[in-house]
Design a protein around this ligand. Sequence first.
Ligand code: C5P
Length: 308
Amino acid sequence: MIDLDAEPVTVRVPGKVNLALGVGPVRSDGFHELVTVFQAVSLHDEVQASPAESLEVLVEGEEAGLVPLGSDNLAHRAAVLLARRAGVPPAVQLRIRKSIPVAGGMAGGSADAAAALVACDALWHTGLDRAALHELAATLGSDVPFCLHGGTAVGRGRGEMITPALARGRFEWVLALAEDGLSTPEVFAECDRLRTGREVPDPKVSDGLMAALRAGDPAALGESLSNDLQDAACSLDPRLHQTLEVGRASGALGAVVSGSGPTVAFLVADADDALDLAVSLGAAGVCRAVRRAYGPVPGARVLPGGAD
Ligand code: C5P
């Protein structure tokens, strides 16, 4: 039974940066075994779920035109999956307001899927617990469970097995958004190509990085940032070398391509340094846009009041 008078539910969901991303060998299912440390940052999308006769996805925001509206849209798939699991019709209008870059290595699509799960769960009163939502999230994509979870966490397996990490304080980030997106499968394939003939060890999390997080020490964290996909992302988009260079030369404590890129994340000491770096990146013309953010922040959450 569809309740067309139900109040809309709005969910806010953060993007992520990978503080470390260790990529291991390819598994028999085609995914790479990995160990990553995610941090959710204050660049958010919002997904509003409203009652409707059928499933409809609308996308608003700067890059809305780049987001598919049909069954390729991860939020669409999330609604279908949840409806099937809960035994209800997938009748909902999902209005997505995007601020997380599209195909930017910040889990934008995964974030929308996590938000759609939480929003539809509330709209349809499915009564599923967090563990069930997590299981559905993992089916939708490797980063979706972390987007539900938020904070700072270690991801293992293909990234979907999440363990919370101890992190003290707040870290300031400057994000350089690139002109064009990168396809995650293509970046993984490029990583494999660059490693051809080399032994690939099992990935590990660095003790130094975990200690820097526990201590809330941005200088130490900056030195520990790492990403095994960075060379592959830079190989596919060589402009990223320059972006990284400008940030390092302008006083960033650390610089890393986020996930499969092409967003570059710079860790800075404080708000003043964030502003200086944002100005330097803008002046050098090495990116499409610059955003400031902090982390960690919580994962997908229903906004009080339901609507806007
Ligand atoms: O899980 P998700 O749909 O986000 O993954 C997108 C693509 O990224 C996969 O199809 C795969 O090509 C690649 N991938 C991978 N190993 C992982 C995660 C993703 O090879 N651990």
